[in-house]
Write a protein that binds this ligand. Structure first.
Ligand code: ADP
Ligand code: MG
Length: 279
């Protein structure tokens, strides 16, 4: 089981949902780790001042650490802040620090405020000698300038939906924002991928939410569904993704399957007769 992505374009996905606690960060780090496991070279950009993705990937992100804040506000090159996760040499992280909390406001008065991440990423991809197969951007729970920077830098939106009450609430606002970005800032942006998270097969509610989301978005929803699992939620406290923490757990298996689907759905395609069932 291996990937040959050489010669393909870097896919940039933003993991967004303005609701908190729906699994954005968990999805970002675990899909990234699963992709890295498949042999892809992956960068996670932590765009949430909470820094949970940086924690899960076990990279330093104290107040002194050069971070996404310095990239957005002081135009540091991305290369100067990227760290390698101890989990895999294929797994990179542009960390967030607490300073990023102020960026949302500081950006307002900056030139090209919506394009800052895009410019930094384009410069990095153009100058880096090593290929990068995927960039996953972990967004904060809002539709402010940080998320708009992510939408402007990405080609794809990956929307995690929690299989809970009010799952679809606020979705029209997110879709309207995506359309606004398409029109004014980034015509390339598409909502390509929806991932159902924290699914509890024992409850009628989880099943109903899953059915409803699939009915609305038959093409976007991945077949893989992430189950609610303690192993998934406890992995970050060990500075690990669930892929490393407990590779055989249901959560790790589901995230690996989702990663394979994401690869298969991309224009990058797969070589070597490798199918999603092979996970
Ligand atoms: P967001 O980034 O959207 O705010 P998180 O990824 O931080 O959401 O997830 C919110 C909480 O739910 C976290 O405590 C996380 O550990 C937990 N969680 C996420 N996915 C799962 C899951 N599949 N099973 C159990 N707990 C989960
Ligand atoms: Mg988060």
């Amino acid at each position: 089981v291996s990937l040959d992505l050489s010669g393909h374009k870097t896919r940039v996905l933003t993991i967004s949902n303005q609701k908190g606690g729906v699994g954005k960060t968990t999805t970002s780090v675990n899909i990234a780790a699963a992709l890295a496991d498949l042999g892809a070279r992956v960068l996670v950009i932590d765009l949430d001042p909470q820094g949970n993705a940086s924690t899960a990937l076990n990279v330093p992100h104290t107040a002194e650490t050069p971070s996404v804040y310095d990239v957005l506000i002081d135009e540091f090159p991305l290369a100067d802040i990227i760290q390698v996760s101890p989990e895999s040499p294929n797994l990179l992280c542009a960390p967030s620090t607490i300073h990023l909390a102020g960026a949302e406001i500081e950006l307002v008065s900056q030139v090209a405020r919506e394009h800052r991440l895009r410019t930094a990423l384009d410069d990095y991809l153009a100058s880096s000698t090593e290929r990068l197969d995927f960039v996953l951007i972990d967004c904060p729970p809002s539709l402010g300038l940080l998320t708009i920077n992510a939408f402007t830098a990405a080609q794809e939106v990956l929307l995690p939906i929690q299989c809970e009450y009010y799952a679809l609430e606020g979705l029209s606002q997110l879709l309207a924002t995506v359309r606004m970005i398409q029109k004014h800032l980034n015509p390339e942006l598409r909502l390509t991928t929806i991932l159902l998270t924290m699914y509890d097969g024992r409850t009628r509610l989880s099943q109903q939410v899953a059915e409803e989301v699939r009915a609305h978005f038959p093409n976007e929803v991945l077949n893989s569904v992430i189950p609610r699992s303690v192993r998934v939620s406890e992995a970050p406290s060990f500075g690990q993704t669930v892929i490393a923490y407990d590779a055989q757990s249901a959560g790790a298996v589901a995230y690996r399957e989702a990663a394979v689907e994401i690869v298969a759905r991309g224009e990058t395609g797969l070589r070597g007769g490798f199918t999603p069932n092979a996970v």
